[in-house]
Design a protein around this ligand. Structure first.
Ligand code: SF4
Ligand code: SF4
Length: 411
């Protein structure tokens, strides 16, 4: 405890010192990548590295700071001063509070930050409605522009936001939305248009369309060491088409907390290994990571300076083999045979929020936002034909029954 406190003090002092140096950033072109020199971690020189986000030409740090489990504004500001310039947020995170926090943290250094946010447009959204979404984000962040604006969670079914089954592709192709985004780009309110997907439905079809259509400058997909072959191919295609690629969910979901003996296996070394694995893929522009503390910011910066090696591979393999029976890849194969329309991958994600990340209120609220038929009531007495179809042999009935008991009965 004591050493943690001392560490914080040291890094905060460094932070203040480095704040005054903020205007002296030096980018060094080293061929494919760019480096920010002058950082120090654990007494060693370290350099943040940068890649170019596809055809946007925007230079972004290899690691982006995710604000779903937001750090406080001081940690975020410290990350910025250490060269992590990419900040990922969304109106959905704490009902807009995270966007407000990001806005405050970048005050006075807005030009150093690349901010990405998202909008839940639907298949019926009008141009006017889309423009209002954009204006609302600008207002919350107190900024004149957002660097990257993504259409959020293509493939997910979320009735609360008007995301209806069977309308996923129509939603992505909604011309009113595209027109509004292009207009905002022309007016300088956004610099790049993107899309995100957690999977679901015709996942590959949506991402292929996004790349082929030419409307989208970047994509953001789940990807980590737990085998995501489809995503890997899509990132490759994106690179070939000069579309930027961001990876999220890179650390494998904290499932270790469910397994006796593995509860503390997600060490700083583990997290660095997870980052190194993703960044070893040259088709990926950057990866999003949670950085709730000053120490984690330093840890992430260290990772970009290390090569993915044999020990990293071993660390990740050990975790992967332990959590394999619990880790849903969102392939949606099971949902094709479920007679009830249960939202299998979505419910597993909400259970993960509740159990693994302790976001209990959010998980319960999201579960209640599902339609009754999407919830897991039916699993309890079902013969579970879904389980034979799961390529990862996940005990779906057992996990969803637990999810229903956890997320529904406890309210
Ligand atoms: S156990 Fe039955 S109801 Fe539950 S997801 Fe599988 S098939 Fe659907
Ligand atoms: S439970 Fe299995 S089949 Fe269903 S989405 Fe997850 S990994 Fe795919």
């Amino acid at each position: 405890m004591k050493s943690q406190k001392n560490n914080s003090k040291v890094t905060r002092r460094n932070f203040l010192k480095k704040s005054s140096l903020f205007g002296t950033f030096a980018f060094v072109n080293t061929g494919n990548y760019f480096r920010f020199k002058g950082n120090k971690t654990a007494g060693k020189d370290v350099e943040m590295k940068y890649r170019i986000l596809g055809r946007t030409g925007i230079k972004i740090s290899e690691i982006g700071l995710g604000t779903w489990e937001a750090p406080n504004a001081n940690v975020l500001s410290y990350a910025l001063d250490r060269g992590i310039n990419y900040i990922d947020t969304a109106p959905e995170y704490k009902n807009g509070e995270e966007e407000r926090m990001v806005g405050k943290a970048v005050k006075g250094k807005r030009d150093k930050a690349v901010i990405a946010s998202k909008i839940f447009t639907t298949h019926t959204s009008t141009k006017k409605e889309t423009i209002r979404f954009i204006e609302d984000i600008l207002k919350r962040m107190q900024t004149d522009y957002i660097d990257i604006l993504m259409i959020y969670q293509i493939g997910s079914i979320i009735p609360k936001h008007g995301l209806i089954k069977g309308k996923e592709m129509t939603r992505l192709k909604n011309e009113n939305v595209i027109e509004a985004l292009k207009q905002a780009k022309k007016e300088g309110k956004i610099r790049a248009i993107g899309m995100t997907s957690h999977g679901g439905g015709d996942f590959a079809g949506y991402v292929n369309y996004a790349i082929d259509s030419g409307h989208f400058d970047m994509i953001m997909l789940k990807y980590n060491f737990m085998a995501f072959p489809e995503e890997k191919e899509l990132f490759k295609k994106a690179k070939q088409n000069n579309v930027g690629s961001i990876a999220f969910k890179i650390a494998g979901g904290a499932y270790d907390q469910k397994i006796k003996g593995y509860e503390k296996s997600r060490t700083p070394e583990f997290r660095r290994a997870a980052i190194k694995f993703v960044l070893s893929n040259p088709n990926i522009t950057n990866c999003i990571m949670r950085m709730p503390t000053f120490e984690e910011v330093d840890n992430c910066i260290t990772a970009v300076n290390e090569r993915f090696g044999y020990l990293d591979k071993r660390t990740l393999e050990k975790y992967a083999s332990a959590v394999k029976p619990y880790y849903c890849r969102w392939c949606s194969t099971c949902t094709q045979v479920c007679p009830y329309g249960t939202a299998v991958p979505t419910i597993q994600r909400y259970l993960m929020y509740y159990t693994n990340f302790q976001h209990r209120d959010e998980a319960v609220e999201k579960y209640f936002d599902l339609l009754p038929e999407q919830r897991a009531d039916n699993c309890i007495n079902c013969s579970a034909p879904c389980e034979n179809k799961c390529p990862n042999k996940i005990p779906i009935k057992e996990i969803l029954t637990e999810a229903h008991r956890t997320l529904y009965i406890r309210t």
